[in-house]
Design a protein around this ligand. Structure first.
Ligand code: HEC
Length: 130
């Protein structure tokens, strides 16, 4: 009888320890910020050229609009060049797929609603170099 209750206690302790180990290990997974807080919010409050527009251009545009022979003769690697496309209306016309403009990014899906919102806000603010 005594022996049985001892082993039951031992099993309980072992079970508790394994439970703690399993939970603390799996917390590596649940601690991931993008899983706990999926990126549903789009920050269009603090929109800047360097912080909001450039990252979008780098991941979607400069593979074609960069280098020594940029597509369409349009380089999007310097502020001055991007500002010129913003001011002549082609930047917004192309990314928003407005009729009369060549839809960009070429042969790829339209930019995300969030990226478009940031670009729009930056252009509407006068396309500042910030
Ligand atoms: C796969 C290559 C490629 C990618 C990626 C690409 N472009 Fe283009 N882009 C072109 C080509 C080629 C042209 C010349 C016009 C044409 O052929 O449609 C062009 C033209 C343009 C024009 C002029 C449009 C007009 O109607 O005159 C703008 C502005 C532009 N691109 C902006 C962008 C932006 C912003 C991105 C990223 C969101 C982008 N492009 C991504 C290849 C690309």
């Amino acid at each position: 009888m005594k022996k049985t209750s001892n082993s039951i206690i031992f099993i309980w302790i072992a079970a508790c320890i394994s439970f703690v180990v399993i939970v603390s290990n799996s917390s590596c997974y649940y601690d991931k910020e993008e899983i706990l807080y999926p990126q549903t919010a789009c920050d269009t409050v603090t929109v800047t050229y360097s912080g909001s527009v450039v990252p979008v251009l780098l991941s979607n545009c400069t593979s074609c609009h960069g280098g020594s022979a940029p597509s369409g003769g349009i380089s999007l690697t310097t502020y001055a060049a991007v500002k010129a496309q913003a001011d002549n209306g082609k930047l917004w016309g192309s990314v928003s797929h407005t009729a009369g403009f060549s839809p960009m990014p070429k042969n790829a899906s339209k930019l995300t609603t969030c990226s478009l919102a940031k670009i729009k806000k930056w252009i509407d603010a006068g396309a500042p170099n910030n």
